[in-house]
Design a protein around this ligand. Structure first.
Ligand code: NAD
Length: 477
């Protein structure tokens, strides 16, 4: 169990030893580190707060990491015991992990608690799945490339699945969240993962990421991030001619929700606010396009805008904050430009005011005619609003399928047949009916997308760890 009361104490800046701590991170190799340039990390909510620095891996470090990587040959049971010990260490260090998630990634306490829980669940669940596969051979060396938006949970999930199956891991964290990745790797090593089986190689995607995916010594790649990057990795893997090398990719989405005239409006509004704006909309599962049945659109929109105005934006370090900053100035500029373009065209319905210092974006609603108006995923607190007539429901489903993405979909309706009519035809990985559109539960509600949203198998499901092994030939253990 997590010690949440301690976490509440830790959030009090005056008492937390981590409130002004500066972390030092860099490559962690099974060989000597040379180290390239150092990147300073600043708190996205408070730009004057220097959180630490991350030394990037240079060419020599990349070569050394690839040369030193060697599979983890202890028994599956021993590996599982080590991963379970790592889960205990994560929990024991929650105060520090919360401070890192808040100050490096802009996450508030509820998000941080959920993220720690997911990371710990991945460690324990994949450890158990690895034990069941004791006879399967690992691929060898796996490169794991992760995004910044779940810098602990996704980072840990990828690595622990690869390790549970006995692979060596080269972990390439997102540029924006190198400190938390470094701390996680320290805890995994402290738990007993050997250095040759887990190395951390921080640096730019275009440099380190490319080098660690297009090398013949790498047996497989596990990637979570944008669809465009997954496609680039696929191309990078092609010239080394390993047709069987797996690319496990979880990518972006253009997630929709339908609210029909039978929905309970209070519940639907509450769920939409969480789905579109929690974590400042920086979740791959977040709601991007809301279709409201025309008959109720005016009153429903008014209620939604009212609920948005209650949201408190601010420093995630404070317990009263609902919505923190977006990850960095580049992300803010991209989202702001999207909102400004909509405003210029008279399509901005509403935007909540945001703090001026820090990279905050006020939650916004933009009118669209449908999902087809969106060229790409906007990774921030922006909800696109469309209306539809009851007789056009099938056309809405066609439009959602035509986007090519298939990550999450939500529906609020009290007519079961109508929900069936829609969900039967939709090509999406995760459905959320009469509830908010976020969340996965390791072991019971696995997460993954279809089409442009991912390759499968679903993370947190029974088929995930087996994908990190070569299937043993019949009669050969
Ligand atoms: P991103 O694709 O920009 O970066 C992800 C990682 O890939 C980073 O570590 C980056 O350094 C690396 N990278 C970039 N270019 C590379 C290249 N050419 N070769 C190898 N590696 C490279 O994504 P992001 O901005 O960090 O994360 C946001 C995206 O992630 C969104 O699209 C979101 O939907 C998606 N996401 C999906 C899921 C899911 O489960 N489907 C979960 C979280 C995030």
């Amino acid at each position: 169990e997590l010690r949440e009361p301690d976490a509440l104490d830790d959030i009090d800046a005056a008492r937390s030893p981590w409130a002004d701590h500066r972390w030092q991170a860099g490559p962690v190799l099974a060989a000597e580190v040379t180290g390239g340039e150092a990147h300073e990390v600043r708190n996205p909510a408070r730009p004057d707060d220097v959180v630490g620095q991350v030394v990037q891996a240079n060419e020599a470090d990349l070569g050394a990491a690839l040369a030193a990587a060697a599979p983890w040959t202890e028994s599956a049971a021993q590996r599982a015991a080590v991963l379970n010990r790592a889960a205990d260490l994560y929990e024991a260090n929650f105060g520090e992990i919360f401070a890192l998630l808040a100050r490096e990634a802009g996450k508030g306490l509820p998000d941080a608690v959920a993220e720690l829980r997911e990371a710990v669940d991945f460690l324990r669940y994949y450890a158990a799945r690895g034990e069941e596969l004791a006879d399967a051979a690992p691929w060898g060396v796996f490169t794991c490339i992760s995004p910044w938006n779940f810098p602990l949970a996704i980072f840990t999930g990828q690595i622990s699945a690869a390790l549970a199956a006995g692979n060596a891991v080269l972990a390439k964290p997102a540029e924006a969240t190198g400190l938390i990745a470094h701390r996680a790797v320290e805890l995994l090593h402290q738990a007993g993962v050997p250095r040759h089986a887990l190395q951390l190689v921080p640096g730019a995607g275009r440099k380190v990421g490319v080098a660690l995916t297009g090398d013949a010594r790498v047996g497989g790649v596990c990637f979570t991030g944008s669809t465009a990057t997954a496609q680039a990795i696929h191309r990078a893997m092609a010239p080394v001619l390993r047709p069987d090398a797996p690319l496990i990719a979880e990518t972006g989405g253009l997630n929709a929700m339908i609210v029909d005239s039978t929905a309970l409006p209070e519940q639907a509004v509450k769920d939409i606010v969480i789905s579109a704006f929690q974590s400042a909309g920086q979740r791959c599962s977040a709601l991007r396009v809301l279709y409201v049945q025309k008959d109720i659109a005016d009153s429903f929109t008014e209620m939604l805008l009212g609920a948005m105005d209650e949201l408190r934006l601010g420093d995630p370090w404070r317990i009263s904050t609902d919505i923190g900053p977006v990850i960095d100035a580049d992300a803010k500029a991209k989202i702001d430009a999207h909102v400004a373009a909509a405003k210029a065209e008279g399509r901005l319905v509403h935007q909540v005011a945001a703090p001026r210092t820090g990279t905050f974006v006020g939650p916004a609603v933009i009118r669209v005619s449908g999902i087809g108006d969106l060229a790409e995923e906007i990774f921030g607190p922006v909800l696109h609003l469309a209306t539809y007539r009851a007789e056009d429901l099938d056309r809405v489903v066609d439009a959602i399928n035509a986007s090519g993405f298939g990550l999450t979909f939500g529906m609020h309706s009290r007519i079961d047949d109508r929900v069936d009519q829609v969900t039967r035809r939709l090509k999406v990985g995760n459905l959320y009916i009469n509830r908010n559109q976020i969340g996965a539960i390791v072991g019971s509600q696995p997460f993954g997308g279809e089409g442009l949203s991912g390759t499968g198998p679903k993370a947190g499901g029974p088929n995930y760890v087996p994908r990190f092994t070569r299937r043993p030939l019949p009669g050969h253990a």
